[in-house]
Design a protein around this ligand. Structure first.
Ligand SMILES: Cc1cc2nc3c(=O)[nH]c(=O)nc-3n(C[C@H](O)[C@H](O)[C@H](O)COP(=O)(O)O)c2cc1C
Length: 293
């Protein structure tokens, strides 16, 4: 991605949707923090309750629906900051923007955050915004990334800085879909792919309290599914496109596994809920030991 990371362990987006706490998160030892998902206009998200803990499985189900204070708020927060790690900004569309006009929302967010982001993530993989994941289809993705990469070139000239762009994908994709995403990503010279968002599947939590709640499942049960997509992408993508592995990291070994499958960086969210900041140290230690072995 052309960036220097203090360490490869990051905060996954959703934990600090508005850019309100990323400096404090950085102080916990993370090498990078990805804030967002942010949308052009503020929106409340879905009615509560909308986040559920499946404690026995170290998992969560959420259907937040991109609740956020809007891109202008986030920009005010990131304009001046003291965070020394890498700051990613994850962008999305408002729930009431028609899917045919989705590109307008992504373009507007890209323009507004461009000057302040170390990298920008295009999130087309949340299960909680209607039809969003359809943007992963070959034709739609091609059109979206075409517009975004053209605009990025113009912004790079204006700002004299090429900000890397990442695409965040869902885990619920078959091999053919992953192959077509890899082709489109390479064609448009994206810098990274982030695998994965939450799953609409319920493997590993069947019969548990809250398992039938609508939303995306994250945490330990997601790991095998996310790992498979990650491994697939590593074989399909050229080596100069970075991979960020996310989904189900709840131990240091889980982080090492993702790096072994070809991830250049890792992130977690649900692990932070169950393990707290100690998981950051554990991941860094496990990665260091693995490197030394
Ligand atoms: C409560 C919650 C909110 C989330 N919000 C976002 C979001 O706004 N944007 C996004 O790209 N991913 C979001 N995610 C997905 C996470 O970034 C991550 O991809 C997923 O949870 C898998 O990682 P984990 O098992 O470590 O949690 C959210 C996850 C959770 C649990």
């Amino acid at each position: 991605m052309g960036l220097e990371f203090p360490n490869p362990v990051g905060v996954a987006p959703g934990l600090d949707k508005n850019g309100d706490y990323f400096e404090a998160l950085g102080d916990l030892g993370f090498g990078f923090v990805e804030i967002g998902t942010i949308t052009p206009r503020p929106q409340p998200g879905n009615p509560k309750p909308r986040v559920f803990r499946l404690t026995g499985a170290q998992a969560m189900i959420n259907r937040l629906g991109f609740n956020n204070k809007g891109v202008d708020h986030l920009v005010r927060r990131v304009k001046r900051h003291r965070f020394r790690g890498v700051l990613g900004i994850n962008i999305g569309k408002n729930f009431d923007t028609p899917i045919e006009r989705a590109a307008d929302d992504y373009l507007l967010c890209l323009e507004k955050v461009y000057a302040y982001a170390d990298y920008v993530t295009v999130n087309i993989s949340s299960p909680n915004t209607e039809n969003l994941r359809d943007l992963q289809g070959e034709d739609q993705l091609n059109q979206l990334l075409d517009k975004l990469s053209r605009r990025r070139s113009e912004l790079a000239d204006e700002h004299d800085r090429r900000v890397p762009m990442a695409l965040k994908v869902a885990p619920d994709l078959d091999h053919e879909s992953i192959r077509s995403i890899a082709q489109v990503v390479s064609h448009h010279r994206m810098d990274a792919v982030i695998a994965t968002n939450t799953t609409i599947g319920r493997a590993g939590v069947e019969g548990m309290k809250y398992a039938d709640e609508a939303g995306g499942l994250s945490g330990a049960p997601l790991k095998p599914i996310a790992d498979k997509v990650l491994a697939d992408l590593r074989t399909l993508l050229p080596s100069d496109i970075a991979l960020i592995g996310v989904g189900g990291i709840t131990t240091g070994q889980d982080a090492v596994d993702k790096l072994a499958l070809g991830a250049d960086l890792v992130q977690f969210y649900t692990g932070m809920v169950y393990r707290g900041p100690e998981l950051v140290t554990e991941c860094l230690q496990a990665i260091a030991n693995h490197g030394a072995a």
